[in-house]
Design a protein around this ligand. Sequence first.
Ligand SMILES: C[S@@+](CC[C@H](N)C(=O)[O-])C[C@H]1O[C@@H](n2cnc3c(N)ncnc32)[C@H](O)[C@@H]1O
Length: 241
Amino acid sequence: MSDGVFDAEVAATYDADHGGTDPALVAATVDVLADLARGGAALEFAIGTGRIALPLAANGIKVAGNELSAAMVDELRKKPGGADIPVVIGDMCEARSEGTFSLVFLVFNTIDNLTTQDAQVACFQNAAAHLAPGGRFVVETQLPPLQRLPFGETRLPFAHDPDHWGVDEFDVTTQAYSSHHLWMKDGQAQHLAVPFRYAWPSEMDLMARLAGMTLEHRWSGWDRASFSKDSTKHVSVWRKL
Ligand SMILES: C[S@@+](CC[C@H](N)C(=O)[O-])C[C@H]1O[C@@H](n2cnc3c(N)ncnc32)[C@H](O)[C@@H]1O
């Protein structure tokens, strides 16, 4: 199986290049997830380098994961506690982890890495299949910034730091978008393009309903602030019936 865009080169610098490691953000994320696990076992879809799984496990929650990229899991394994987390290498739309869980979570915009509606629907179904009745599926993802996209325009910058430039390219007919990153490293430009598909929260509610789950919370972030017209992301929690 291919590692996709998260190959060994990308995996080696993933934590430094893609952010999300701010201790306050990680602590807030872990706090919400630990609360929602209610003492039961948790399964992270697309566990990556263990940015969240490892501190959650350190908080006393039993954590397992799945991941498409063996290279990302190699990075997880190098970290303290990384060897103890069972990870199935496979596609989160169909990969099966042993056991039943009280929490399945998919964070850091990663639902968007599934580039078709069918794949996103299958992901919700696979999450539900791992949950005990009453268990919860949590998705954290950004809202597509279409209100900032002038009519007829397809590209929006999202980063303009001295050593990192980013531009998103949208196709509003298919909900496909690509994030283009350009990093300057040792005087060399490195380009990475990641294909995504956005789905509106209401579309995800339908995916959840198809999978036998119902919306319990929708927050605008890990601080559990209310979701509103000004929200730029959502943390949604669906409960298996
Ligand atoms: C943005 S990273 C997030 C990693 C980790 N969850 C975190 O919060 O840091 C996206 C991850 O999703 C993985 N991924 C992409 N498509 C996947 C799929 N279909 N099944 C499982 N993992 C996938 C990538 O290999 C990558 O590790």
